[in-house]
Design a protein around this ligand. Sequence first.
Ligand SMILES: Nc1ncnc2c1ncn2[C@@H]1O[C@H](COP(=O)(O)OP(=O)(O)O)[C@@H](O)[C@H]1O
Ligand SMILES: [Mg+2]
Length: 406
Amino acid sequence: MSTPTLSIRPGHPSLLELPWETPLEDWDDPHLVDLPTGLHRHVVRFVAFGDDIYAVKELPRRLARHEYRTLRALEHRVGPVGQAVGLVDRGWVTPDREFSAAVITRYVKFTFTYRELISGGNFGPRRRQMLDAVAGLLVELHLAGCYWGDCSLSNLLYRYDAGAIQAVMIDAETSELHDELSTGQRQHDLDIMVVNLAGGMADIAAEQGLDLDDADLTLGEDVAEVYRALWAELTETVVIGVDEGFRVRQQVERLNDLGFEVGDIELLPYADGPGRRLKLSVSVGGRTFHSTRLHDLTGIEAAEAQARQILSDLQYYEAVGDRTSATGKSVRAIRWRVEVFEPLLNRIAEAAPGVDAVQRYCDFLHHRYLMAATAGMDIPNEVAFTAWIDQGMPGIDPVDQTTVEV
Ligand SMILES: Nc1ncnc2c1ncn2[C@@H]1O[C@H](COP(=O)(O)OP(=O)(O)O)[C@@H](O)[C@H]1O
Ligand SMILES: [Mg+2]
């Protein structure tokens, strides 16, 4: 029997045990697990080793290599993309055969497919979150020079991010990386997304027995509109007067609020009068302003909107805490982590094993805020936490929080 070539990134030794010489469809391995998927062309199956779950996708060699390389390159350029951990090459199989190669990605935890997001009948309140999520991801990809070529409902996964939704790119088979994208390339990518999303929504309407007229066919166009507004916000130049230097800081903070780190600040001549044109460029790396801050300060890993909310909890702790102690900011941050954050995270994990504990912590913060707003006064953590647990850990989202728990 022939032996495949395996390239596996460090830290995933269990993958070596799998029967790679056999086509994926014929596997009968005890590690195989069934998980929901979007629509797909290639054979995709999941394998679990304890908490480590992987998606394996078989596809022709050239495509597999391309996808593996692209996902790996994107990992450092944008935030939410699937993480490729291995490439399998069955050298003895002709390269155009579907099972000549396979790409292994890490299963993206706590995500759900578009079916779970949209089909529940409660799509109304989530629609706006979804527009922001897909538009935001496309902006991140385009800023990083990535033309996707196949943005569709099935090529995205969705994850709660505090009160927002984060979209994660998983299928990079058609993607191209460039130094910079032209307006035409960006437009083309948007056009593909608009058609794909309309097609996806038409399929969902058909499944639900709805008339095509009642399908949400303009979802993609609405994503494109949100995209254009965000793109303009990030790339426009602002004219500032000769004595308005303070506006540089304002503009930097505006982009930070959107989650972007500013790379370069340029002051350009302004032809039509006194003053300068201010141009900020966003650093490559995606929307990670708050998650990087939180990680630097406390070592906690969280998505961008979660990090923003947790950072304000930390500020609150500092504001109401003992201000006479002479400890610095970083020591206070560690105290907060050890005394407040971690004990509550442990209690969440005990109350509901397997859930996304950081997201649930954000749910709790929201609940504490609602209690305080109703009472017109601060509510101590212990009181708020017990009330939140007693009420069944309600989420920030108006719709029930269903996650894929494995
Ligand atoms: N890393 C992953 N984590 C979670 N789900 C995944 C992952 N990779 C693929 N999937 C699921 O499998 C489906 C098909 O994967 P995809 O890469 O889009 O295959 P295809 O190229 O055949 O379209 C996706 O819609 C998604 O639901
Ligand atoms: Mg796909």
